[in-house]
Design a protein around this ligand. Sequence first.
Ligand code: 4AD
Ligand code: MG
Length: 430
Amino acid sequence: MVAYIEDIARHEGQAVTLRGWLHNRRSSGKIHFLTVRDGSGFIQCVMSRQAVGDEAFARADHLAQETAVVVTGAVRADKRAPGGYEIDVTALEVVSEAQNYPITPKEHGVDYLMDRRHLWIRSQRQQAVLRVRHEVINAVRDFFNSRGFILADAPIFTPSACEGTTTLFPVQYFEQETAFLTQSGQLYNEANAMALGRVYCFGPTFRAEKSKTRRHLTEFWMVEPEMAYANLDDVMDLAEGLVVSVVERVLERRATELKALERDTSKLERVKSPFPRVSYDAAAEIIRKKGLAFEWGGDFGAPDETALSEEFDRPVAVHRYPSAVKAFYMKPDPERPDVALCVDVLAPEGYGEIIGGGVRIDDYDLLLKRINEHKLPQEAFEWYLDLRRFGSVPHGGFGMGIERVVSWICGLEHLREAIPYPRMLYRIYP
Ligand code: 4AD
Ligand code: MG
């Protein structure tokens, strides 16, 4: 019977066939120990000469790493085995050989591995990260789908900027026009929210960030909810609920992966409601008290965010940044117009901003003024202004970067491992 390694416990005592690849091999001379992986897990297969015969036994002693193999044998429980089970091999079929696989168990440099990313993802650690990513994405979808949000996607080719004009990727759109890869689906999301009430979009977004930090990709996935008739508290409640739910779900369903990643899960277990909510002013004060030179009015840099998050054992929501450092669509606080009704959620342990959002300008005249102040082409925003012409209501939402969240939950040093094929300033291969 064909089985997957992740289901192996169900087959204890039975003969199964595993279809996979040889990950590792050692031998005592009398017995070969073959670690086989099949995409769903890793398992040790024990092969004796007696069980398979001289020829097969001798051949197995020369199989190279990543050779495709089909292994048949009996499932035996063994407390010492990493997954709790081993296979007593009765037959091994070589499907195709792999010679000189370039990624060996020894240490390789990051550039070497990144050039071979298409193979590197076969490693135990990278597989664990990608499984956590899968869980994060599904947790996000389930969260919104179970709360009445409608998935309505935003286009990737767009005629205009959403998050500032300095990080746009232009693309030739047939002969006449230049289009841009989307930086955020938010503007379309706002239109969708006026049609459907509560919506979200979820897709790849692009930023021509010339920065070489460990927190920036040029292509990343973002989930963006948007709600009609929402205020800043509604936005913060939603953001908090989402983060708690995603972390809980990964802890519950991906314990094996977190263990493979040697993640200190006690830190993730503290991610519970309520999150501290501090104003930008209060945050700036905390940062200054910790000895960093920080001037009111600027955006927080990575060291500032780290200093701030060290004060808390869970994510922190920072609200009401100066309008000047935020995007054109941010609604000013009516009680204090120099700050915006916006929020950033910063992850603990120095992982920085995972969520950015807020309340949008719903007044036609003010929005038009901001479009002009930001020197954005008004024609391209006529449809967006329409939302303020026809039944405008207070509304808001946010964007959460998937790779930032995966990177934090997995405890990664760099965002590049949080996506199968990272795109960065100096990396577009493979
Ligand atoms: O704070 P940002 O720029 O907000 C927006 O794009 C809003 N329009 C979203 C909205 O309100 N609908 O980006 C949102 C999140 C950040 O908090 C971060 O997690 C992620 O997107 N992000 C990046 N992730 C990886 N690489 C980059 N270059 C990123 N830029 C932003
Ligand atoms: Mg932001």
